[in-house]
Design a protein around this ligand. Structure first.
Ligand code: EPU
Length: 421
C-alpha cells in the first residue's frame, strides 16, 4: 500500500502549473457521447477519476486515443454497449453523467448508482426530477437507475431545482441537448465547470445560453458535430497550492489559472495575511509572516467552495486568533479530516455545521489517513507546515483528483515522497 511521507518545515518557492479541471473533465468526457462522432479534448488532467471514466467509455464502444499527454480523442459514432460495467461506475461519482448523455442520445439509460467520495449523503433526487420533467420514466432500485422514454415522449421543459446542484445542472443540460424544444433550468449551479461544459457542447453545435447564471437555457438540436475543446484550469487544485504556500510559507507563482475563478479563495487568503498578486493567467502568493484568523462560510459558486473547506481549515489551525468555518453544502465534511488535524495538534471544536478553530504556533507530524480527496490534500498541506514527519494513508483519494501532486509539490521545494509500505 502506497503512502505519502511528508517532512514538514520547508518553505515553498518557485512556480507550479495547474492542470485541467477535474470536475469539468468528468462532465465533458461523458458529454462526448452526445457528439455522435469525433471530438478532441485538450488539457485533460491525468488523474484516476479520468482514467476510470475513459475505461467506462471504452467499454461502451467509444473509440478513445490519447495521442499526447493530456489530450483525449473520442469517437462516439457507434456505441456498442449502452450499459456501463457497474464495478467501474461505482468507482466514481461523475459516472452519473452517463444518465443525461444516454437519455438525450438514445432515449434510455440504465446506470448503476455512482460511488466516489462519500463524505456525506449525496442524493440525486434533483437529477431524477429533471429527467422526469423532460418526459422520462424513472425507475430507481437500490443499485440502478433505469430511465426510459415516458408515454408522452421526451422534450424540453422548465425545471426549477430545489437545491443548487452542480451534478443536476450538468446532467439536465446534457439530457436536454438533443431533445426537441427548449429546456430552462432555474436555480442552476454557476460553477466554472458548468460554463466549461456549456462551452464544450456549444463548440460541438449545441445551443446553450445562460451558463454561469442561475438560469440556463438549452434549445435542443438534432445532432452535434465534432470539434476540439480545451478544458479550463482547475480552480480547486490552484486553491490547494495557494493554501499550501499560505500554511507552509514561501513565495510561489501559480500558473495556468483564471484569476477571476479564484477570487472567492484568494480574497480569503489575502484577508488572512497572504500577499496575492493577480496576472492574466497566473497568481503569485507570498507569505508575510503570521496568518490572521478569519470567518469562512462555504457556498455554491461564486461563494467559497466546499472543496476548499479542508485546505483553508489547515491555514486556520496556524492563524493567530480564533477562526470560524461554516459548511453549508455538505454538513458532515469536517469528519473527513478534523480528527487527523487534532492528532497533529490542531485545536478544532465542531459544533454542527461550524468548526471553531483556534490557531496554534505549530502543528506536529503524525500518522494520518485521508477519508476523501480534499481531506487528503489538506493533510498534505498540514504535513508541509508541521514539525517532523507526517505519513498520509489512503492516498488513492488524493490521486483521484490531483495530477502529479508529488512532482508538483517537490518542484516548489516540498519534501514529500510516495513510498510503498
Ligand atoms: N443535492 C441534493 N439532491 C441532488 C443533488 C444534490 O439534495 O439531487 C444536494 C447535495 O446533497 C449537496 C448540494 O445539493 O448538499 C450540492 O451538491 P451538488 O449536486 O452540487 O454536488 P455534486 O454535483 O455531487 C460536485 C463536485 C463535488 C463538489 C460539489 C459541490 C463533481 C464531480 N463533484 O458534486 O466535488 O463538492 O459539486 O461543489 O463535480 C471534489 O471535487 O472533491 C468534489 C467532491
Amino acid at each position: 500500500m502506497a503512502i505519502y511521507e511528508v517532512t514538514g518545515g520547508n518553505r515553498l518557492h518557485g512556480e507550479v502549473t495547474i492542470s485541467g479541471a477535474k470536475n469539468a473533465a468528468v462532465a465533458i468526457l461523458p458529454a462526448a457521447i452526445l457528439v455522435g462522432g469525433k471530438c478532441r479534448v485538450e488539457n485533460v488532467p491525468d488523474i484516476s477519476d479520468v482514467r476510470i471514466l475513459i475505461d467506462i467509455l471504452r467499454s461502451m464502444g467509444v473509440g478513445i486515443t490519447q495521442p499526447e499527454p493530456n489530450v483525449v480523442e473520442l469517437d462516439s459514432s457507434e456505441l456498442t454497449q449502452l450499459e456501463a460495467p457497474a464495478e467501474l461506475v461505482r468507482k466514481m461519482r461523475a459516472s452519473y453523467y452517463l444518465m443525461g448523455a444516454l437519455l438525450s442520445r438514445y432515449h434510455k439509460a440504465k446506470v448503476a448508482l455512482p460511488g466516489g467520495c462519500n463524505f456525506a449523503s449525496r442524493p440525486i433526487d434533483q437529477h431524477l426530477k429533471g429527467f422526469r420533467l423532460l418526459g422520462a420514466q424513472v425507475e430507481e432500485t437500490e443499485e440502478y437507475v433505469n430511465l426510459t422514454e415516458g408515454e408522452f415522449g421526451l422534450c424540453g421543459n422548465r425545471i426549477s431545482l430545489d437545491v443548487v446542484s452542480v451534478g443536476a445542472t450538468v446532467n439536465i443540460m446534457m439530457a436536454a441537448t438533443l431533445l426537441p424544444g427548449q429546456t430552462v433550468i432555474e436555480n442552476a449551479a454557476k460553477e466554472p465547470h458548468i460554463v466549461d461544459l456549456a462551452n464544450f457542447l456549444n463548440t460541438m453545435g449545441a445551443r446553450i445560453t445562460g451558463a454561469g447564471t442561475d438560469t440556463v437555457k438549452i434549445r435542443g438540436v438534432e445532432r452535434l458535430q465534432g470539434g476540439t475543446y480545451t478544458i479550463i484550469p482547475d480552480q480547486i487544485e490552484a486553491g490547494t497550492y495557494l493554501a499550501a504556500v499560505a500554511a507552509a510559507g514561501g513565495d510561489v507563482l501559480v500558473k495556468n489559472v483564471i484569476p477571476k475563478h479564484m477570487e472567492c479563495i484568494t480574497s480569503k487568503l489575502a484577508e488572512m495575511g497572504a500577499r496575492i498578486t493577480n496576472f492574466d493567467d497566473a497568481i503569485r502568493i507570498q507569505s508575510t509572516g503570521k496568518l490572521h484568523d478569519t470567518t469562512v462560510k462555504t457556498r455554491p459558486y461564486p461563494g467559497f467552495p466546499t472543496d476548499m473547506q479542508a485546505q483553508i481549515c489547515v491555514c486556520m489551525t496556524l492563524a493567530k486568533g480564533v477562526s470560524k468555518l461554516t459548511e453549508s453544502v455538505y454538513e458532515t465534511r469536517f469528519f473527513g479530516y478534523c480528527t487527523e488535524l487534532q492528532n497533529m495538534g490542531a485545536d478544532i471544536i465542531i459544533n454542527g455545521k461550524t468548526a471553531i478553530v483556534t490557531g496554534q504556533e505549530k502543528l506536529r507530524g503524525a500518522e494520518v489517513s485521508a477519508k476523501d480527496l480534499r481531506a487528503g490534500a489538506a493533510l498534505i498541506i498540514a504535513g508541509l507546515a508541521a514539525e517532523g514527519i507526517t505519513r498520509v494513508r489512503n492516498i488513492h483519494f488524493v490521486e483521484r483528483g490531483y495530477e502529479n501532486i508529488i512532482e508538483k509539490m517537490t518542484s516548489i521545494g516540498a519534501d514529500i515522497r510516495r513510498i510503498e509500505e
